[in-house]
Write a protein that binds this ligand. Structure first.
Ligand code: NI
Ligand code: MN
Length: 228
């Protein structure tokens, strides 16, 4: 039995046998956040989909305080390691086995630059993750537009898919419905919307759209948990 808790925007806590992790832990500056870095004392992994501040977020300070290993693309892992934290570099299309289960990095069409005081640092290619834990599969799409590669995910038998729906930087509701059709997860959860006016979207419109696909839609409020 695996469990996720929505922390607002695209941030999730994930727990299962051998895994206590965070995905895109944007907490401190997240207007939707219901959690603080200090809430997480026992963590072993932090997944970072790409270098933008609303995803890399508080990953480095949390990795420092908990000793958790940051899993990300090679470039972001390299960047994080300069702060003295533990990292595991991966890259798009690569799958590897961790003590809790396998993880695959999936493609995303987006950017990944890391904003620093001295300008933007190259953050490699943006991605998403298929995380296997307790015999279940979770897909976190990261920030992405609609891509044909998502059709390949149908073969993965995804239990829960977390998809951005806010438009402007990522898929809008219309494209996220098409993505759900490509991926065919058991449950789909909309994310990355209504954090700021520029990514305003109606999750009920998304839920209505996926109804005809026989995919269950779960709209999560920050703080909500989903067991799967
Ligand atoms: Ni982004
Ligand atoms: Mn984003």
């Amino acid at each position: 039995m695996a469990k996720i808790r929505f922390l607002g925007h695209a941030a999730f806590y994930i727990e299962g046998k051998g895994l206590k992790g965070l995905i895109d832990p944007f907490l401190k500056d997240n207007p939707q956040s219901v959690a603080y870095s200090e809430d997480f004392k026992e963590l072993n992994y932090i997944f970072v989909t790409h270098g933008h501040a609303d995803h890399l977020g508080d990953a480095i300070p949390i990795a420092k305080s908990t000793g958790a290993t940051i899993i990300s693309c090679f470039e972001i892992a390299n960047y994080c390691s300069t702060f003295g934290v533990s990292v595991h570099p991966m890259h798009i299309g690569g799958r590897t086995r961790f003590d809790f289960g396998r993880v695959k990095m999936t493609p995303a069409v987006h950017g990944s630059g890391i904003s620093t005081d001295s300008g933007i640092v190259y953050g490699g290619n943006p991605g998403g993750f298929v995380i296997e834990v307790d015999g279940k599969k979770l897909y976190h799409a990261g920030d992405t537009g609609l891509i044909m590669d998502m059709k390949l995910l149908a073969e993965e038998d995804i239990d829960v898919a977390l998809l951005p729906i806010g438009g402007n930087f990522v898929m809008d509701v219309e494209d996220a419905i098409k993505a759900t059709d490509f991926i065919r997860p058991k449950v789909v959860v909309p994310m990355h919307y209504n954090t700021w006016p520029i990514i305003e979207a109606d999750p009920n419109e998304f839920a209505e759209g996926v109804k005809s696909l026989s995919v269950k839609c779960k709209i999560m409020q920050p703080g909500d948990e989903l067991v799967f």
